[in-house]
Design a binder for this molecule. Structure first.
Ligand code: 5GP
Ligand code: MN
Length: 344
């Protein structure tokens, strides 16, 4: 089983020595399965080792297909409970920052985060961490997910894994499952499966987790997906780029709820020959963009350069304040030069 270096694990152990310390756990805006799974996995683990005050905080709401995880009821949503979220961050002794690597990614929480005196520990797998904001950076772009890295961290500080009970294991498994698209991408490393297997040994019901995440569509969500695929899919003339877009009006027509468009972009990428896919969604006063790619096409770079965003080489996102049409025009323009797919 992999381990972190001794210096890192000794530092984390020293932060976790005094169980009366107040701990906060924060993650990025629009939390996904890895953000929620790793936050609640760490929450359950810290309670198991004896911490009394552990508060998982998210910047805003998340998909209902993630709301079944152990500890979910303890999550503080900073959008609804701004004052208590701020209080938690300002009073914390240690803040674990999961699945993001720059305070900007944590929305309003990022501003409070910068002000706190707490020790800040980053656990993340995105490229280019903003190291200056954190006291300790545990970052590895080779792991599938933050949940996988958290398992490695726990294994390094507690190497008989005795405090990983079924609750911790279930949350971490959900994080790995969602960030690999059910073991389809970022899935070539045997370590991911070894860790997933040991989580199943800890009591995870993998069938049940799969069903709760992937087979709990509302009728509206499935019909919205059908509409995206039949009416809203555009393939560019180069046959290598495809995108889907949804306006606010279209989202409203299908009674859109948080998380309903999760995964839509992957359908555009599933066409044979498509190397890069995008999904555009009108969201309040901005357009949210999701990008996915194959092989070495770097959509993190495209998101950073054109859409005020970032992410991974093959999965990134961003946002622009222009309208939907302008955002799509900007996107199409990137591919006007013939070689963009090879040169990004
Ligand atoms: P999604 O398209 O599912 O929202 O995001 C895909 C990936 O890109 C995730 O790893 C997410 O953390 C990252 N990402 C999405 N939006 C942004 C953004 O606005 N800024 C940055 N830095 N990363 C983003
Ligand atoms: Mn992740």
């Amino acid at each position: 089983m992999p381990l972190l270096n001794t210096k890192t694990s000794d530092l984390v152990k020293s932060y976790l020595q005094d169980k009366s310390k107040k701990v906060a756990i924060i993650t990025h805006v629009n939390p996904d399965g890895d953000a929620i799974g790793s936050s609640l996995g760490l929450f359950e683990y810290l309670k198991n080792i004896g911490f009394l005050t552990v508060s998982p905080v998210v910047p805003n709401d998340y998909a209902s297909f993630l709301k079944w995880m152990p500890g979910n009821r303890e999550i503080i949503n900073a959008n609804d409970s701004t004052d208590s979220a701020e209080k938690v961050l300002l009073e914390a002794d240690v803040i674990f920052c999961l699945d993001f690597n720059h305070p900007d990614r944590s929305g309003k929480l990022g501003e409070v985060f910068i002000k706190t005196k707490a020790i800040k520990v980053l656990i993340d797998h995105h490229p280019q961490p903003e190291e200056s904001f954190f006291d300790l950076v545990i970052s590895d772009t080779e792991v599938s997910s933050t949940a996988e890295l958290l398992f490695i961290l726990i294994n390094s500080i507690d190497n008989d894994l005795s405090y990983i009970n079924t609750n911790v294991a279930t949350c971490l498994f959900a994080g790995i499952l969602t960030d690999t698209g059910a073991f389809s991408y970022a899935s070539n490393n045997p370590q991911t499966y070894i860790i997933a297997a040991s989580l199943i040994e800890k009591g995870v019901n993998a069938l049940d987790v799969n069903r709760k995440i992937y087979d709990t569509y509302s009728e509206n969500r499935l019909r919205l997906l059908g509409y995206c695929l039949s009416d809203k899919l555009t393939v560019l003339p180069n046959k290598k780029v495809a995108y889907i877009s949804l306006s606010k009006k279209e989202l409203e027509k299908y009674g859109h709820k948080e998380g309903d468009t999760e995964g839509v972009v992957n359908y555009a990428l599933s066409i044979e020959g498509i190397e890069l896919a995008a999904f555009f969604m009108e969201n309040n006063d901005e357009i949210k963009i999701s990008l996915r790619s194959r092989h070495s096409i770097d959509v993190n770079k495209i998101a950073r350069t054109h859409f005020n965003g970032g992410g991974h080489v093959n999965a990134s996102g961003g946002r622009v304040k222009t309208g939907l049409k302008d955002a799509i025009a900007k996107f199409e323009k990137i591919f006007e030069s013939d070689n963009i797919i090879n040169n990004t």
